[in-house]
Write a protein that binds this ligand. Sequence first.
Ligand code: HEM
Length: 141
Amino acid sequence: MTPDQVKAIQGSFTKVVPIAEQAAALFYGRLFEIAPEVKPLFRGDMTEQGRKLMATLGVVVNGLGNLESILPAASALAKRHVDYGVKAGDYAPVGAALLWTLERGLGKDWTPDLAAAWGAAYAVLSDYMIAEAYGRREAAE
Ligand code: HEM
């Protein structure tokens, strides 16, 4: 992730914040369409879950310029996800649903460069979370 990519992600996320609730609903709708097997893992209220997801994404996006600052929280989050029943392989459809949601939420502001930046950021974060939660071997697969 280059400094320009970090700036592009942060700029685009400010446009998602005002539509966070709709974005979260779009995201889970898409996720359950492409990965129906993860639906039973979500037991709580989905509006509340959507709020938590968007709030945490905000923290991550703000911390992208200083990754070390968010890694301890990302590690703990990843380990809690093991208890939720999440598998390493579930990170890929979640990433795909996230990018799909951003594309729809941002409309004409969604450019190939921005897609590459978000893809790189999710790859860095999810590789790290998978490695922390399941070990380095699965992350490399
Ligand atoms: C960048 C990646 C992710 C972020 C930022 C994220 C964020 C969160 C947050 C903030 C929570 C609230 C509970 C807590 O803080 O422990 C949560 C819960 C949860 N997440 Fe994630 N998550 C990510 C990846 C995933 C993936 C890959 C899955 C796989 C399906 C997943 C499924 C769940 C489930 C099942 C819960 C618990 C829901 C419940 O209790 O009903 N998450 N997530």
